[in-house]
Structure formats: structure tokens, C-alpha cells
Design a protein around this ligand. Structure first.
Ligand SMILES: Cc1cc2nc3c(=O)[nH]c(=O)nc-3n(C[C@H](O)[C@H](O)[C@H](O)COP(=O)(O)OP(=O)(O)OC[C@H]3O[C@@H](n4cnc5c(N)ncnc54)[C@H](O)[C@@H]3O)c2cc1C
Length: 523
């Protein structure tokens, strides 16, 4: 059944989709339909920063994907959370407001991607941001997405910053400023202590517009083509199968995993894959679902000598009450922070010209991000290589659109990726041994000296030991060169949209999109 025609149909109300819904409906000249598979973002823990732990494994607002068994992980399937609600992953993410490095954007431009140099993207970062601090050359003050500094310092993070200084890593109070290298506090996507997702920043102000229709629990299952031009979306809503027609454009914003799935289900992809499932080829595009990238993250956990960690706060009723009161009265304190508050961008490889590893430092520890904290004082340094070389894929494994695709990250499949992870862990251990930080370190709890050779800092034979303890931070991305994806149908192909991470996460709003990061944990 065709419900109606719209000028634009947007699939997925996540980071990218909410921004596009706002911008495309702003002048009132065009009608816009926004389809979101998940429910409205009414779950209260979405909006309270510490609620990260409550959404991490919650299937109501999280797709809770798993990768296929990965040889680089000793055959383990790795948990990949993705947001499933208005705001998408920006409603469940770690709230860290961070950009790429200037040189990375310039490298993209130099590779032929016109419009993606740092000078090109900076105006968009400034436009999206409400960050009334720092150098105005790099920050905007009138954008809808609030970016807030962490209100007060933490003894442990200060020790880490001082320890980093001993290793020659400078203090950096603004990773999104002139230079990303250094150690400091992250800025958070929060507004007066509440999560500032793209749903609250962009969609909420636009919801009252007569030309914007938002459907939640509306799952797109296929695109409809007129020849090679996509002009409709079939979706399921309240038990019915409906078709929405698009007069101008369809914008696929279902994220790095589900946008390619939808294309493949609709006959756009590698013929060999489509034939396997009996799907007629509408357009041959071998790049769809290929070149999947993810940032694997190693979580190095230390037992702390002092009861100053969030683990300690959460073990004491009194301290929890205090935390709760502080949040209620001031919208501050630990509840106003996600999980990671300290960050480091450093050069771990010998001779590196740019920071090549990123640390997320949490004043707590747990077996997995979002799982219950340990019954001892602990803190975590999560380390990821910034430019991983391993490449994987997203491929349908069924014609049923409700079946998740096969996610194959191929973690640690290059020598350099393995070496970089070791270099990052080695850096964490050097940091833990500094004069400033050592008094806080009781012991390395994970991976522990038996897990990764302290002396040689190498993986044991066959990489088995450490790899069985990695998992992901769940920020996968795909990279496709413009000639690999010519986008024959109407999309927002060359439009540069604003969103958190901007070029990193606008998914299908641009054919040359890429995104990165992720993490993993010692589980
Ligand atoms: C746990 C976690 C922590 C993270 N931490 C950070 C962080 O601290 N800082 C940072 O910058 N980034 C972080 N990220 C990454 C960042 O949130 C994502 O890169 C970004 O939100 C991706 O935006 P997107 O628009 O591509 O996809 P999403 O925001 O994931 O949006 C996709 C939307 O499409 C919907 N959808 C999917 N399939 C369909 C369908 N068939 N029909 C209709 N709707 C559909 C989904 O439900 C979802 O709402 C994190 C991500 C996760 C999951």
C-alpha cells in the first residue's frame, strides 16, 4: 500500500537522519518523511549521561549485534552495540565530542575527494556546535549540538595527564582545537547535564513542522526502483507493509551496517552475493558492504590504590546518594559524565609524525563496557589504533530483512595493526609506571602480565592470549572511493551534512563517507 509521496524520504533517524530531517524541512518548501525502526527516545536513561550502562545491552534501544566469529579474535564473536531509537547511536553513545585530525581530512582531499579537506569541513563543525569556549577559529557558538567541558577535574585523570607529561605528551585542553596531540579531558555532547543527541538537538525543534512526518517503529525493508533510480521505500509499520514514494531523493541513513544491508536486499551490490540469495541485480556495485573498518580497542585495567574511583562510588549507598543529589541539584558530578572522561592522543609507533593511538580513560573498571563495575577500586585505559588497516565486510546472510547481516571485521589481520595495538598497550604500561601515576596503581588487572609478555611486549605465539580478550567499541565505518560507488539513483550524494563526528558518521548522506574509531575490551 502506498501511503503518500514526499519530496524526501529518510531511512534511519540516527545521527545523520535527524540532522537531514531538520535541514531538509527547514524552509518549509519540501515534504520530508523520516522512518525509524526503533521506538521514540523516551527511555529516561538515554538522556542521563551515566545511563550509557543501561542502554549498552538493552535490546529496546540497541540492536545488540554480534560479529561473525573472527579469526583475529580467536574465533570469538564480538558484541557491536548500535542505537535503535530516535537519535540512533547518538542516543546511546559515549558522548565524547571529538573530530578527526586535520591531516586525515587533508589526506582524503589529496586522494581526490574534493570538499573534504580540513579547511572544507571546519565551517560545518563550527556550524553544528554550541561550544562557547576555546578558540573561536575552531568552535562555533550558535549550533544546535551542545558541546560541554567536564565541569571539574578528577584526581586520577590529573595524575594521568601529569604522567603523560613525563613521557613527553603535552597537556591538551581542547582535542578539537589547533592540535589534537596530548592528554586532557574530553568534551561531552551534553547540554546542562543532559545528553545532547541529534534527536534532541536537531529533531525535537523540527517536530512541529507541518512538512515533516516522523514514523517510529517503521522498519525499511527494501528500496523500490524505477529503472536505476530509487523512488520509493517499502517499510513495515504496525503490522502493515507500506510504500513511501520519494519525488526528489531517498536518503539512506541506517548506519554503517544497515545501509549496505538495505542496498543488498534491494539488488544493489556484488552480483555474486545477490545471486546467492536469488535477488535480481538492479545495479552492480561491488563496493557495497565492503571495506568495513572498525577500531579495535584494548582495555587495560588497573586496580587503584585509593578508593577514589567510580567503582567506589557505586559500591557505597552514601556515595551513590551523594552522586544522585549532586545530579538532581546541579546537573553535575559523575552522573553527568558518560564513562570515559580522560583522553590521550599520542604517537606510539617509532618515528610517527602524527598521533596514531587514542586512549579513553575511565575512572571505573568492569569486565565489559557497560557491565557491572568491579568490586575493587579500578580504572581503565582503553586504547585504539587510529588508522587501522584491517578491512572487513557487511553482507546479507538471508533475504529476510529482519535478519541481521553477517558482520566480518577481520580484526588484526595486518601485521601493522597487531604491532600498533602492542605499542599502545606498551605506552599504557609506561604511563602507569610514571612518577605521577604509579602511586595510584596497585596492579595491572587486565590483561595482566601473564596475558601479554611484559618483557618483550609481544603477543604470545598465535596471538591467542590477548586476542581472546578484545572486543569492539562499536563505531564501525566503511570507506569507499567515489569511483567505487557512483550512486546511480538520487541521494544526497554530494551534500555535506552536519552531525556529530560530521564526515565520520553521516553514513549514506555522502558516497565518500567514512567513519572510524571503536574500541575493544579485555573481557
Ligand atoms: C556504544 C557506542 C558508543 C559510541 N561512542 C561515541 C563517542 O563517545 N563519540 C563519538 O563521536 N561517537 C561515538 N559512537 C559513534 C557514533 O555514535 C556513531 O558513529 C554515529 O552515531 C553513527 O551515526 P549514523 O547516522 O551513521 O548511524 P546511527 O546513529 O546508528 O543511526 C542509524 C539509525 O537507523 C535506524 N535504522 C537502521 N536500520 C533501519 C531500517 N531498516 N529502517 C529504519 N530505520 C533503520 C537505526 O535504528 C538508527 O536509529 C559510539 C557508538 C556506539 C554504538
Amino acid at each position: 500500500m502506498t501511503i503518500a509521496s514526499f519530496d524526501y524520504v529518510i531511512v534511519g533517524a540516527g545521527s545523520a537522519g535527524c540532522v537531514l530531517a531538520n535541514r531538509l524541512s527547514a524552509d518549509g518548501r519540501h515534504t520530508v518523511l523520516l522512518l525509524e525502526a526503533g521506538p521514540p527516545d523516551t527511555y529516561p536513561w538515554i538522556h542521563i549521561p551515566i545511563g550509557y550502562a543501561k542502554t549498552m545491552f538493552n535490546p529496546k534501544v540497541n540492536w545488540c549485534f554480534y560479529t561473525v566469529p573472527d579469526p583475529g579474535m580467536n574465533g570469538r564473536s564480538i558484541y557491536w552495540p548500535r542505537g535503535k531509537t530516535l537519535g540512533g547511536s547518538s542516543s546511546i553513545n559515549g558522548l565524547i565530542s571529538i573530530r578527526g585530525q586535520r591531516q586525515d581530512y587533508d589526506r582524503w582531499a589529496a586522494a581526490g575527494n574534493t570538499g573534504w579537506s580540513y579547511a572544507d569541513v571546519l565551517p560545518y563543525f563550527r556550524r553544528l556546535e554550541h561550544a562557547p569556549f576555546g578558540d573561536p577559529v575552531f568552535h562555533g557558538t550558535n549550533g544546535p549540538l551542545w558541546c560541554s567541558p567536564i565541569g571539574r577535574g578528577h584526581e586520577l585523570i590529573e595524575a594521568i595527564i601529569a604522567g603523560a607529561g613525563e613521557l613527553g605528551i603535552p597537556r591538551n585542553d581542547d582535542f578539537n582545537g589547533a592540535d589534537q596531540e596530548g592528554a586532557g579531558y574530553y568534551h561531552l555532547s551534553t547540554k546542562r547535564g543532559w545528553r545532547c543527541s541529534t534527536a534532541t538537538a536537531y529533531l525535537r525543534p523540527a517536530r512541529c513542522r507541518a512538512n515533516l512526518r516522523v514514523e517510529t517503529r517503521a522498519r525499511a525493508t527494501r528500496l523500490v526502483f524505477d529503472g536505476k533510480r530509487a523512488d520509493g521505500v517499502i517499510y513495515r509499520h504496525r503490522g502493515e507493509e507500506l510504500t513511501a514514494r520519494a519525488r526528489r531523493e531517498i536518503l539512506l541513513c541506517a548506519g554503517a551496517l544497515q545501509s549496505p544491508q538495505l542496498l543488498q536486499l534491494s539488488g544493489v551490490g556484488a552480483p555474486s552475493l545477490l545471486h546467492r540469495f536469488g535477488i535480481p541485480v538492479v545495479h552492480e556495485l561491488r563496493g557495497v558492504g565492503e571495506n568495513l573498518q572498525d577500531h579495535l580497542q584494548a582495555r587495560v585495567i588497573f586496580a587503584c590504590t585509593r578508593p577514589i574511583t567510580t567503582n567506589d562510588d557505586l559500591r557505597s549507598w552514601w556515595r551513590m546518594m551523594k552522586m544522585g543529589m549532586e545530579y538532581v541539584l546541579t546537573r553535575g558530578g559523575p552522573m553527568a559524565i558518560g564513562i570515559n572522561q580522560g583522553g590521550i592522543f599520542a604517537r606510539a609507533a617509532a618515528g610517527a609524525a602524527l598521533p596514531d593511538v587514542q586512549f579513553h580513560v575511565a575512572t571505573l573498571s568492569s569486565d565489559m563496557a557497560g557491565s557491572p563495575t568491579h568490586p575493587f577500586s579500578g580504572f581503565t585505559m582503553s586504547i585504539c589504533q587510529l588508522r587501522p588497516e584491517s578491512r572487513g565486510s557487511v553482507r546479507i546472510q538471508s533475504v529476510d530483512p529482519l535478519e541481521p547481516p553477517a558482520l566480518q571485521p577481520n580484526y588484526l589481520s595486518t601485521t601493522n595493526d597487531r604491532a600498533m595495538l602492542i605499542a599502545g598497550i606498551r605506552l599504557a604500561r609506561r604511563l602507569a609506571a610514571t612518577r605521577a601515576l604509579a602511586p595510584y596503581v596497585k596492579a595491572e588487572y587486565r590483561p595482566g602480565p601473564d596475558r601479554l609478555h611484559r618483557a618483550t611486549m609481544t603477543f604470545s605465539s598465535s596471538r591467542k592470549t590477548p586476542a581472546e580478550r578484545f572486543s569492539t567499541r562499536a563505531e564501525p565505518a566503511r570507506w569507499a572511493t567515489s569511483d567505487a560507488i557512483p550512486w546511480p539513483w538520487s541521494t544526497a550524494s554530494s551534500r555535506f551534512t552536519e552531525c556529530r563526528r560530521c564526515v565520520w558518521s553521516t553514513a549514506a548522506s555522502c558516497p565518500r563517507w567514512s567513519q572510524a574509531i571503536p574500541t575493544s575490551l579485555w573481557s
